[in-house]
Ligand binder design. Structure first.
Ligand code: ASP
Length: 349
């Protein structure tokens, strides 16, 4: 059985503190500088045949920039939540990913953005769903977490809260990109041409039409872990559809005693199988490593149910796993040595 070092270290620390007669309990014997960060930019039908050399390089460069932004925060002694946000904001601002600029279009030709954030130290979380005018949805999740008494805000209410907190608001067209618009037109044609009822036809659209969410998980110098996820959801979504990305436990989860997870993929499955929290429960209650727990859920539970996608996982010791059951997932990590590891295709592992 794997010995969970974080938990045994915690136990020793609690015992030592109790023997000294102090009521202060410190769980922080994480070695300074053992910082680490992992990011994803979506999973799907990502193969060498589907990407030109230039596109591949553009993704790699942007993933590296996002990793470095998050890593710099950690290296300066910043907290894991700030690192997660810094990395995600680079990807939200890039048209390459399905979040912020470059978000997919809804059936009605708009963008409705979802995001969430969770801190492993406190169990606090913040989430927003269906926001149309908030420039950085991941920045708003922190405001919800720290400045409101709620966990999730949606639609216009979330936007007016964002305004009150002084966040930047933009016109919905700020998120427009031509390639996502063409994707919407193709998706609508396919749905209309399908003999199935509209919602079923949407369900079976090719993966390429749907994914590209971004996320990050990190551990800071204090040994605290956090996770965050930001997305435009799925192309041609309708009726106010909300996916897993803003749902704590489904698309995002963090708990210092187990792990932090950010997910990407077919949200309906991640919601029904509570994927992010399920992985961390296996780490916490079955003493599985992040790699074992991630494989069991992504290649077992999720795949058997017919769900496609992947996750990035980190624990307080800086162990990282990035399992996915699609052909590719934009992903990368950086540990204390500061070296960026970036991968796209399945065979990169
Ligand atoms: N999980 C997201 C959703 O279902 C989509 C994605 O990961 O790209 O909204």
């Amino acid at each position: 059985m794997k010995i969970n070092t974080t938990k045994s270290k915690l136990l020793l620390s609690v015992l030592a503190t109790a023997m000294l007669g102090s009521t202060a309990v410190s769980a922080d014997d994480h070695k300074p500088n053992d910082i680490a960060i992992a990011i994803h930019g979506g999973a799907g039908t990502i193969t060498r045949a589907n990407l030109t050399a230039e596109q591949e390089q553009a993704y790699k460069d942007k993933l590296q920039e996002a990793l470095q932004a998050g890593y710099a925060v950690l290296d300066d002694g910043g907290d894991s939540t700030s690192a997660v946000i810094a990395a995600i904001q680079i990807m939200e601002a890039s048209p390459l990913f399905n979040s912020g600029v470059g978000a997919v279009y809804t059936w009605d030709g708009e963008h409705e953005l979802d995001a969430s954030l969770m801190e492993g130290k406190t169990g606090n979380a913040g989430a927003v769903a269906g926001v149309k005018t908030v420039k950085s949805p991941i920045a708003l999740t922190r405001e919800v977490m720290e400045k409101s008494v709620h966990v999730m805000l949606s639609g216009e209410g979330a936007e007016s809260f964002a305004q009150k907190q002084g966040l930047e608001l933009v016109d919905n067209s700020y998120f427009n990109t031509d390639h996502r618009y063409q994707q919407l037109l193709r998706a609508k044609e396919k749905i209309k041409a399908s003999e199935q009822p509209e919602q079923q036809a949407w369900e079976y659209l090719d993966l390429d039409y749907k994914y590209g969410t971004v996320g990050a998980v990190a551990v800071d110098k204090e040994g605290n872990i956090s996770a965050g996820t930001s997305t435009g959801g799925m192309t041609a979504k309708r009726y106010g559809r909300i996916g897993d990305s803003p749902i704590i436990g489904a698309g995002t989860w963090a708990d210092n005693d187990s792990c932090a997870v950010s997910a990407t993929g077919h949200g309906e499955y991640f919601i029904r199988y509570h994927v992010a929290a399920d992985i961390c429960s296996r780490v916490k209650y079955q003493n599985k490593s992040v790699a074992e727990a991630g494989d069991e859920v992504i290649h077992g539970v999720l795949q058997e149910a017919g769900g496609a996608g992947g996750v990035i996982i980190i624990d307080a010791d800086g162990n990282i796993a990035m399992p996915f059951n699609t052909e590719g997932m934009y992903r990368g990590y950086m540990k204390a040595d500061g070296k960026a590891h970036i991968a796209i295709y399945r065979e990169d592992d």
